[in-house]
Design a protein around this ligand. Structure first.
Ligand code: IMP
Length: 191
């Protein structure tokens, strides 16, 4: 079976994708003995996904893919967006990030937002992108304790519960990341 590298240090993401991709063996940064952080210097999630994939492709000459996601809030001009992980401080801090979003949206009527994911795949030098997005609204306080990141303050469209009030299976049926991942999996399973 051919190897493909998922450029991530997040073991949960690897397990999730491994279950779905049948004709490639998924390896990751640690199988390449690569533990450095790749600087994500672009101002779009697509740009950052490309930076990560192209870095690994060029350094190790291996087919690979990477993902980048963010929460885009309309009333904040698309913030936190590409800076979602480090919105409130240079060191990623979920509690501070959520507090800053709630503060910036105080008194705001338009609470509409979307989570977006972009996956960048490079196979034999050819680059492809797979995108997923889920619309929703930002709550005025935290709801639920599951999930990660901004899950407690995001209610997806058509639902009355936040991502943090859903089981992982329920979230995975509709999430931005799972939509993009399904597109990637369909593509790879035809290769
Ligand atoms: P990443 O590119 O998947 O690491 O996502 C960047 C940041 O976006 C994370 O650190 C979270 O703050 C936020 N984010 C991305 N996806 C989700 C999600 O599914 N739920 C909550 N927050 C998310």
């Amino acid at each position: 079976m051919r190897d493909i590298c998922f450029v991530t240090g997040n073991q949960n993401k690897i397990i999730e994708v491994e279950k779905l991709i049948k004709n490639f063996k998924i390896i990751s940064n640690k199988d390449l003995n690569f533990y450095d952080e790749i600087p994500e210097t672009e101002n779009t999630i697509k740009g950052n996904a490309f930076i990560k994939s192209s870095f690994i492709y060029n350094k190790f000459n291996i087919n690979c893919f990477s993902d980048d996601s963010g929460l885009f809030i309309n009333a904040l001009g698309g913030e936190p967006g590409v800076r979602s992980a480090r919105y409130a401080s240079e060191i990623s801090d979920t509690e501070k990030n959520i507090n800053l979003v709630l503060k910036n949206l105080r008194g705001e009527e338009d609470r509409s937002a979307a989570f977006q994911t972009c996956i960048c795949l490079i196979i034999n030098g050819k680059t492809s992108y797979f995108e997923g997005s889920v619309k929703g609204i930002i709550t005025s306080k935290r709801l639920g304790s599951r999930g990660f990141g901004y899950d407690p303050i995001f209610i997806p469209e058509g639902f009355e519960r936040s991502f943090a009030q859903m089981s992982l299976e329920e979230k995975n049926k509709i999430s931005h990341r799972s939509i993009a991942t399904k597109k990637l999996v369909n593509f790879l399973n035809q290769k």
